[in-house]
Design a protein around this ligand. Structure first.
Ligand code: SF4
Length: 470
């Protein structure tokens, strides 16, 4: 857990299409979604094509809570798509769970990871055209734009092109049509990851939000889906159309926090980035301490990197309650959740000076609660080191950041943040250090929440509040 436990990403997608009619890919999709569960825990869903008809099952909760053995048996089919959700737009109700089916010709089901920034405008436009919305999810806007183009005679690919021309924001999407086609498409900036693999035993192509999803089903990685492309998977073949080329803006947070440490995003492995971030923090500000301690879980690798570079031994700092998942019945107090999830190991830390490694500070409330727990446990000094530079601006591209005002680093100096959190010293990674640790050119990354400079097509929508509807 980290202060960025407060950050949620908006979903993961998974799709499998086997060339063999006898294959049953439902368990494969189930396993893929399980591997991607960290990207969304509110709902899970699978749509398959069974005897020429789409069949969808979805529910609220974790993948293992939604799908039983019998439900998966009922979804037995050679082709399907799946989704896990965290809502950045629309309520957490079942009605907004994905995939969503659309009654067009051909019928199709759709799911995506991201956020549509111009949702309100597009929804109003579609409603003027007579379309009736059944959900408050922005994925319905994507589906209805595609449906509209199909109604006017476009084929599926051109209907998606029509949709992509209108959509602004972040989206990595997969669509399953009742004619047996799977289409994966990704916004021109490539904010959210999406990759393609091949599963030999099933003679099946696989799309997954992360490579860890491919690994979980023993599929071989082929490539990252290029930003701004439409990838049509039919009859055992993938054909690709590049729709728009623009500058890439891969979300830096995928490496810092969101993606699993065993994933490789845009050719850069997450584990190594986190290790390098830890090493760089140690280089930037050498300091004396007894132990390096990670705030579980995503900061562990960075803490190992810090320890290795500084020579300061690493120490377990907390007992972790792995069953403490956020639920709607829990109080919203983040300090309460931190105490439920973490308990400092006073036996190890009493009287010690520690370097505490975390991946980010969002509102600061969780960090403050953790530091207070450590001090109560007898820790003599807490020196907090953060692998992500200060978050000063909200995200409009699919990460549930709070508003400017709620971000503790917005309009405050590092010293002011230090005092508020109550640590003995505080240091953040620099933006240059982060870019170097990731290793991609700076102009291929999105750093908007660190700089306040948004990619061009997002900027016109700043100031419009993205309202989460109840
Ligand atoms: S604003 Fe920040 S969190 Fe959002 S996509 Fe850009 S880098 Fe990622």
């Amino acid at each position: 857990m980290t202060d960025s436990t407060n950050l949620k990403e908006s979903c993961a997608v998974f799709a499998v299409s086997s060339n063999s009619d006898k294959a049953d890919v439902a368990p494969v999709i189930f396993s893929g979604l399980l591997a991607l569960q960290h990207r969304g825990q509110e709902s899970a869903g699978i749509t398959v094509l069974k005897n020429g008809k789409l069949s969808t099952f979805k529910g609220l909760g974790l993948v293992i809570e939604v799908f039983s053995h019998n439900i998966l048996k009922g979804l037995s089919a050679p082709i399907g798509i799946g989704h896990v959700r965290y809502s950045t737009y629309g309520s957490s109700d079942l009605i907004n769970a994905q995939p969503i089916e659309f009654e067009s010709k051909p019928k199709f089901a759709l799911c995506f990871n991201g956020t549509i920034v111009n949702y309100e405008e597009l929804r109003a436009e579609l409603e003027r055209d007579g379309y009736v919305f059944k959900t408050t999810s922005d994925s319905e806007v994507i589906g209805l734009l595609i449906s509209k183009a199909l109604k006017h005679g476009s084929d599926l690919t051109n209907a998606i092109i029509y949709g992509m021309e209108k959509l602004k924001g972040a989206y990595s999407a997969v669509l399953l049509s009742e004619d047996g086609t799977i289409i994966a498409f990704r916004d021109a900036y490539g904010f959210r990851p999406l990759c393609l693999g091949y599963l030999k035993d099933f003679e099946a192509y696989v799309f997954s939000s992360e490579t860890s999803g491919l690994d979980a089903v023993d599929a071989t990685f082929i490539e990252d889906v290029p930003p701004g492309s439409i990838n049509v998977l039919k009859s055992g073949e993938v054909t690709r159309l590049k729709v728009r080329s623009s500058r890439h803006a891969h979300c830096m947070f995928e490496w810092v926090y969101f993606s699993r440490q065993d994933s490789i995003v845009e050719g850069v492995d997450v584990f190594s980035v986190r290790w390098r971030l830890g090493e760089k923090l140690a280089e930037l500000n050498p300091i004396e301490a007894d132990y390096v301690v990670a705030v579980p879980e995503t900061s562990r690798i960075a803490a190992l990197g810090f320890s290795s570079k500084s020579g300061i031994p690493i120490m377990e700092g907390f007992g972790v309650n792995r069953y403490a998942l956020r639920t709607f019945i829990m109080p919203k107090d983040r300090g309460y959740f931190a105490r439920l999830k973490l308990n400092p190991l006073r036996q190890a830390l009493n009287g010690k000076r520690i370097i505490l490694i975390d991946d980010s500070i969002v509102r600061g409330t969780t960090s403050k609660a953790i530091v207070s727990m450590l001090k109560k446990a007898g820790v003599k000094e807490v020196h907090l080191r953060i692998t992500c530079p200060p978050l000063i601006a909200p995200c409009y591209m699919g990460v549930d950041f709070p508003t400017f005002e709620e971000l503790i680093a917005h309009g405050r100096s590092v010293e002011e943040v230090r005092k508020l959190i109550g640590v003995d010293s505080l240091m953040y990674m620099t933006i240059d250090g982060l870019v170097k640790a990731i290793g991609l050119p700076r102009d291929e990354l999105c750093l908007a929440c660190l700089t306040g400079e948004y990619p061009d097509e997002i900027r016109p929508f700043l100031g419009k509040k993205v309202v989460v509807k109840k």
